[in-house]
Design a protein around this ligand. Structure first.
Ligand code: ADP
Ligand code: AMP
Length: 214
């Protein structure tokens, strides 16, 4: 099964993608996590991507596409994957469609996690991330067991650089301009499914399971 998660930054794509990966036994691939891991390892790609990410902009398609295809060519992706944060532009969606098509295959569903902007801005100020393992929490909705500490690896949690309110607004503008057109792109291909991302995260997951099947 090949699934794409669509939605604004902070809509809950990552939260739901992890649950999908776990239930359906497919890898969760987040281009944001791949970039952050490159930044953590101080690679050339990481250094290049960081300037764009900190400014709330998209990393250029060429770098992003190369990194993504490198990851999906791994053996663990042969039975599918859930993509979180990719594609984010029409150009990325077209390249993905072409690559998947070359293998006589196709994307099964594009799941749009729908959350209005005002809700996103409130939600993002509460997001906390683990800089070591990438786990995501929320101070109210998904708190760690011990305040400020990652449940999985014990690292101190941080507010992501790009989750500062001014950057979130910039990222939302970029989303509306460059990523939202993908909703129409996948609707035309009849694989778009929209879920209400303002609901409790278990209810959102319930809606997704109804779409993907048990
Ligand atoms: P995205 O991957 O779309 O950027 P995340 O999955 O990181 O978004 O979620 C953004 C923030 O909102 C996180 O702090 C997460 O814990 C929290 N969150 C995710 N889904 C919900 C939900 N349904 N209700 C409340 N908070 C949520
Ligand atoms: P995310 O963790 O998905 O919120 O992504 C964090 C940041 O990484 C984004 O704001 C972009 O700067 C960059 N990024 C992630 N995925 C992509 C993509 N598909 N195309 C371009 N930039 C991306």
């Amino acid at each position: 099964m090949k699934i794409i998660m669509l939605g604004a930054p902070g809509a809950g794509k990552g939260t739901q993608a992890i649950k999908i990966a776990d239930k359906y036994g497919i890898p969760h691939i987040s281009t944001g996590d791949l970039f952050r891991s490159n930044i953590g390892n101080n690679t050339e790609l990481g250094r290049e991507a960081k300037q764009y990410m900190d400014a709330g902009k998209l990393v250029p398609d060429e770098l992003t596409v190369r990194m993504l295809f490198d990851r999906v060519s791994n053996e663990d992706c042969k039975n599918g994957y859930v993509l979180d944060g990719f594609p984010r532009t029409i150009a990325q969606a077209e390249v993905l469609e072409e690559e998947v098509g070359k293998r006589d295959d196709r994307i099964d569903f594009a799941i749009n996690v729908d959350v209005p902007d005002d809700h996103i801005i409130r939600r993002m100020s509460g997001r906390r991330a683990c800089p070591k393992c990438g786990a995501t929490y929320h101070i109210e909705h998904v708190p760690p067991k011990k305040e400020g500490i990652c449940d999985s690896c014990g690292e101190q949690l941080i507010l992501r650089n790009d989750d500062a309110p001014e950057t979130v607004q910039k990222r939302l503008d970029v989303y509306h301009e460059q990523t939202q057109p993908l909703i129409d792109f996948y609707d035309k291909r009849k694989i778009l499914r929209t879920v209400d991302g303002t609901k409790d995260l278990q209810d959102v997951f319930g809606e997704i399971v109804k779409i993907l099947g048990d």
